[in-house]
Each structure stands twice: as C-alpha cells, then as structure tokens.
Design a protein around this ligand. Structure first.
Ligand code: SF4
Ligand code: SF4
Length: 189
C-alpha cells in the first residue's frame, strides 16, 4: 500500500478539512436521529440507524473464536496440564508470561510450573501463547473480556491459581454464568 505522507495545499489550509469532518459527523448524527424518530412512528423500518450497545446491561454475542481471558487447563486429577516448557513465554510478543519450572518428585522427566503468571496489562490478547502450546495447556476460550478493574499493577497479574480456578469455574458453571458474574461488578458502578 502506498502511503501519502505529504499534505496537499487544501489540507494545509486546515479549516476546510475541519469543516469537512464536521459535515460528515453531523450528517451521520442527524441521519441517525431522524431514522430513529421515524422508527418510533413505525416508519422507514427498512432503514437501519446506528445503535449504541448499552454495555454492561446489553451486549452483542461474541464469536466462538473470541480470544478472552486465559485459563490453564487441568488433567483428569485436577493438577495443571502445563509442563513448563516455556514455549508460550518464548512466543509471546509482549513478554508478559513468567514461568518458574519445577520437577515432580516421582518423575524425573516431566516438569510443572511452580509459578505461572500473565501480566494482563502487557498482554495484547494475540493468542500466540495458545498456538505455541504443544499440550493444550493454555486456552483463551472463556468468553471473558479482560478486566480493567484494579488499584495496583499486581491486581492485573493473573497467577497459576487464578488461571487454574478459571478452568474449574468454566467447567462447573459454563460460559454464560461466568460472563454474568464477570460483568456484575461493572453493572453496579
Ligand atoms: S495472548 Fe499474546 S500477548 Fe497475551 S500472553 Fe498470549 S502470547 Fe502473550
Ligand atoms: S502453557 Fe503450554 S507452552 Fe506454556 S509452558 Fe505450559 S505447556 Fe509450555
């Protein structure tokens, strides 16, 4: 794609572009307002007007592929599936995954994460960690959008226990209940 860096004389005069922007914005505003008024009287039903989703009381459905908050998957016995191989941390472009590996006392080969943390303030929700994982130990299929509620940086760091508990909660309650619980605190602000 060719980028046009230099401004034309018309753009450098500045005011014409401001007026052009105001005309576009104003035009959309008045069109939406008029169409919504017509809808109130049962008219122009075939015309669509822009709507504002009244989040958190309303929401549009997220697609199945939506990359939500992470979770660490569990084995059948409830322990963490992760083998602390560091592939997710290596693939992460935001460098926001911190892992400390430990060894099982009865298994000299397989490892597990003593510490597994995601700094969600740095995370860009790209999903590369999920793609990189060779054993399906990390997923972003919770349907939950990132939290923006906290009072210190530490409030946004999700550790191993939080990520494992999310898997248990998802299994026990399902996506919809988990989502309702997640947005409840925003509904009473
Ligand atoms: S979603 Fe992307 S940025 Fe976030 S932890 Fe995974 S790899 Fe890193
Ligand atoms: S989550 Fe997957 S990729 Fe990341 S350390 Fe664990 S096993 Fe490896």
């Amino acid at each position: 794609m060719k980028r046009v860096e230099a401004m034309t004389l018309w753009e450098r005069i500045y005011f014409p572009e401001i007026f052009r922007g105001l005309i576009v914005t104003g035009g959309r505003f008045w069109r939406n307002l008029i169409v919504h008024i017509l809808h109130q009287f049962g008219l122009a039903k075939d015309l669509q007007a822009a709507i504002t989703v009244q989040y958190p009381d309303e929401r549009l459905p997220y697609p199945e592929t939506y990359r939500g908050r992470h979770r660490l998957t569990l084995k059948g016995n409830g322990t963490v599936q992760c083998t602390a191989c560091f592939l997710c941390a290596t693939a992460c472009p935001a460098e926001c995954i911190y892992i400390q590996a430990g060894e099982y006392a009865d298994d000299p080969v397989e490892k597990y994460p003593i510490r597994y943390e995601i700094d969600t303030l740095r995370c860009i929700y790209c999903g590369l960690c999920v793609e990189a994982c060779p054993c399906d130990a990390i997923r972003m299929d919770t349907g939950l959008h990132p939290a923006n509620w906290g009072f210190s940086r530490q409030d946004f760091v999700e550790n191993k226990e939080v990520l494992m508990e999310r898997s248990r909660q998802l299994e026990a309650k399902g996506k919809e209940v988990l989502y309702q619980e997640h947005v409840r605190r925003y509904q009473h602000v």
